[in-house]
Design a protein around this ligand. Structure first.
Ligand SMILES: [Zn+2]
Length: 529
């Protein structure tokens, strides 16, 4: 049986850019377009050609190899011809394969926002689509506020969709612009529209304002739509857009969809999904969501002891799909409730073999439990756990010893009377009997300490050159300034590998110091043993 094709349309670079705090440079856009193209989405929408310098530069060249490269813009203005509309001209000048128009399909907006008549709006849609088709490119129309429009004036909303289709639009996309639609109504409305515009020309553009953008997209697919729009990790304005990182594996791995449909993303590319999702977060300079469906680091993690033994006997009992299918890993976590089998499995996953009766194992379990009681959270700090385990089991040497460190923060007036804060750290290190003393200033005491630590590590200096701290999180465990502080540090090396280390102390600098030292030791352990 041949499967029906679902087309994936990514709007990370256009609608995704509406996310508060996100602003892509041309270089960011090039990298993201490349990632999406590699992954195998069908369309990459890049922004608004001609609307701002970034997008004008981005659209000066075609930026995709496989995927259709799409520019976004308004339908022509009422009262001017397409050839006299500067917006349309900019769209047609861009080096795109396709143009996606946004068009009004709710009569209320036609009147209020466009200040024109319903008939004139239909004419704008018709003429704008024709201009693109005549230029030999693919035309699409995003029907804005479609789901509200069809409730207010069903005849007119359908007329907008039909006009776009009849004028030659390859795709007529039904947009839930304010994100309030429910899956049942999406399914029902899309089935109605499919009687006027064939499903293989219908798309869905859902927003996540009720947490159902993915469900709404899938509802539209069940009702006949064959193009799904969304963004990487669901970024987008307000609560975000439909998350393609959840939709893609659902279409590929869940029999309800996989038996009937196929996308342009092969099984091999699907295995890249976790990496793509995490890399995108890196680019946004934010920590990946550990509980993200399919791709989060906790998506296939099990904590309880009984579950952990069962999961190893038969993973299917606790996992809805095989983690490797989306490039994720099974994680059986170390925790308070964990028994010996938890530890052995967690160690085995890291390539550390240990016998059940190894006396060092009991020592390791005891120290992990003790430290977790103090506030360490090894589930969140994979690298610190591995380091501790290998040390206790006797397979990691002591690379260097920190004899002492000192941190100083001074807040004072400078020569011109402005308040300045200066941080400085001094670190004394012993590397195989060689005494090293480093001093460094920094943006705050932790940064000064980090710089001083990494300034001179003697014979190991070359090994840590590409080490970079990418995230720093502080958590106060029991309130007040005398409380215990937990610090988590995320580090990354030149290959893009990322790991987390932890420190706990009643002194925030000391907790940070422990996490910094663990990260350096982890790097040396990976590279020298
Ligand atoms: Zn949108």
């Amino acid at each position: 049986m041949t499967k029906e094709r679902i087309y994936l349309f990514d709007t990370t670079l256009r609608d995704g850019q509406q996310t508060p705090g996100i602003d892509f440079s041309v270089q960011d856009k090039i990298v993201i377009a490349d990632m999406l193209d590699e992954l195998g989405v069908d369309y990459v929408e890049g922004g608004y050609p001609g609307a701002n310098p970034t997008d004008t530069e981005f659209f000066s060249k075609k930026r995709t190899k496989q995927a259709g490269f799409v520019g976004f813009g308004m339908t022509k203005r009422p009262g001017v011809s397409t050839s006299n509309d500067p917006g349309i001209a900019a769209l047609l000048q861009s080096k795109t394969d396709a143009i996606c128009y946004v068009a009004k399909s709710w009569d209320y907006h036609v009147e209020v926002a466009l200040n024109t008549t319903n008939e004139e709006n239909l004419d704008c849609i018709r003429e704008s689509v024709k201009a693109v088709v005549d230029a030999g490119r693919e035309a699409m129309v995003d029907c804005e506020h479609f789901f509200d429009g069809i409730k207010a004036n069903p005849e007119y909303a359908l007329q907008c969709a039909k006009t776009a289709y009849e004028a030659g639009a390859r795709w007529v996309v039904l947009c839930d612009t304010n994100g309030g639609a429910q899956p049942e109504e999406v399914e029902q409305i899309v089935s109605e529209v499919a009687k006027v515009v064939p499903g293989d020309h219908l798309g869905i553009h859902a927003h996540d304002d009720t947490g159902q953008a993915v469900a709404n997209s899938l509802a539209a697919v069940r009702a006949g739509a064959r193009q799904v729009q969304g963004t990487l990790n669901g970024i987008g304005e307000r609560c975000g857009n439909a998350n393609l990182v959840s939709i893609i594996p659902t279409l590929a791995l869940k029999p309800a969809y996989a038996d009937k449909f196929e996308t342009g993303i092969s099984g091999d590319k699907l295995k890249d999904l976790s990496r793509v999702s995490h890399r995108f977060d890196e680019l946004l300079n934010r920590a990946p969501d550990s509980q993200a469906p399919y791709v989060g680091s906790s998506a296939f993690a099990t904590k309880a002891g009984i579950h952990a033994s069962a999961i190893l006997k038969d993973p299917k009992t606790y996992e809805h799909v095989e983690p490797g299918a989306v490039g994720n890993n099974r994680r059986v976590m170390v925790s308070d409730q964990g028994g010996k089998s938890n530890f052995i499995n967690e160690l085995a996953r890291r390539g550390i073999a240990v016998a059940k009766d190894d006396p060092n194992l009991d020592g390791l379990i005891a120290i992990v439990k003790e430290r977790e009681a103090e506030g360490y959270a090894y589930e969140a700090a994979d690298a610190s756990f591995e380091l501790l385990a290998r040390r206790k089991l006797g397979t990691v040497p002591q690379f260097f010893k920190v004899d002492s460190f000192r941190c100083q923060v001074e807040r004072r007036f400078n020569a011109v009377g402005d308040i300045v804060t200066v941080s400085e750290a001094v670190v004394k290190i012993d590397v195989d009997g060689e005494e090293l003393l480093s001093v460094s200033e920094g943006h705050g005491p932790v940064n000064a300490l980090d710089r001083a630590l990494r300034k001179d590590l003697g014979k190991y200096q070359d090994q840590i050159k590409d080490l970079e701290l990418v995230d720093y999180k502080v958590r106060i465990l029991n309130g007040g300034t005398e409380a215990v502080t937990r610090v988590l540090i995320d580090s990354m090396d030149g290959s893009g590998e990322r790991w987390t280390t932890i420190g706990v102390s009643d002194n925030i600098i000391d907790a940070s110091f422990q996490a910094l030292i663990d990260s350096i030791n982890y790097t040396l352990m990976k590279r020298t043993t």
